[in-house]
Write a protein that binds this ligand. Structure first.
Ligand code: DGL
Length: 226
């Protein structure tokens, strides 16, 4: 089996690494659209168009499965790709597995940090509430983290300054924080550190969509007969 991962940028490495940990025997390749990143600043139509163009290219190179590692691309393009453009192909995203993990974890109120485009879509709330409409989902957009991370800045004071502004919008008594963009696990140490600085306590459970998707993938393979 060969899996092609697609992400707007560096975050794809984080997701692919989670899959490599779980499935060292599978061939995996990552494509990044660094020229057009960040996607999080773009309109839904642009994100959908760019993602479709990449998936077309990936399929032309015989992928058994394409995984949209990018949350923003998953939110705007996945359903459209699966139901209208590449019907019958294996194209998966990363947003459903973490929504299931939230329900399975018994959380009642979760907060999500994500790109501006993802938050604008309100899709995360929908994904969780389709499974359990009693769970409250609050979303905070963090528009400037990805451009810095793409520039290779992952532990500089600029990241801490932005995190202070974004994390201060959370409620200190949240049960879980979803890292709703593939780039954010790259700065999880800073997230934990700034949380402690702001609220004087350890950060609550962190949910990483890439990790959740990798854990759920075995079940998917068995269902499809791989
Ligand atoms: N990697 C993308 C995600 O998971 C966002 C990065 C971007 O804005 O391009 O949402």
């Amino acid at each position: 089996m060969r899996i092609w991962f697609f992400d707007s940028g560096l975050g794809g490495q984080v997701v692919m690494a989670e899959f490599q940990k779980e499935f060292p025997e599978i061939e995996m390749i990552l494509e990044m659209d660094s020229a057009n990143a960040p996607y999080g600043h773009r309109s839904g139509d642009e994100i959908r168009m760019l993602t479709i163009a990449w998936v077309e290219r990936l399929h032309a190179r015989w992928a058994d499965v394409v995984i949209l590692a990018c949350n923003t691309a998953s939110v705007y393009a996945l359903r459209h790709l699966q139901t209208e453009v590449f019907v019958g192909y294996h194209i998966l995203g990363v947003t459903v597995p973490w929504a299931e993990a939230v329900v399975d974890g018994g959380y009642h109120r979760i907060w999500v940090l994500a790109t501006d485009a993802t938050v604008r879509s309100r899709m995360y709330r929908e994904r969780v509430n389709i499974l359990d409409d009693s769970i409250i989902v609050e979303e905070i957009s963090a528009p400037w983290l990805v451009p810095l991370i793409e520039a290779g800045i992952i532990s500089w004071p600029e990241i801490d300054t932005l995190l202070r502004e974004y994390l201060a919008q959370f409620s200190p008594d949240i049960e879980a924080l979803v890292l709703g963009c593939t780039h954010y696990p790259l700065i999880s140490d800073s997230i934990e550190h700034i949380w402690m600085e702001l609220y004087d306590k350890k950060i609550p459970d962190l949910i990483d969509p890439g990790e959740e998707a990798a854990m759920k993938f075995r079940g998917w393979m068995e269902k499809k007969g791989y």
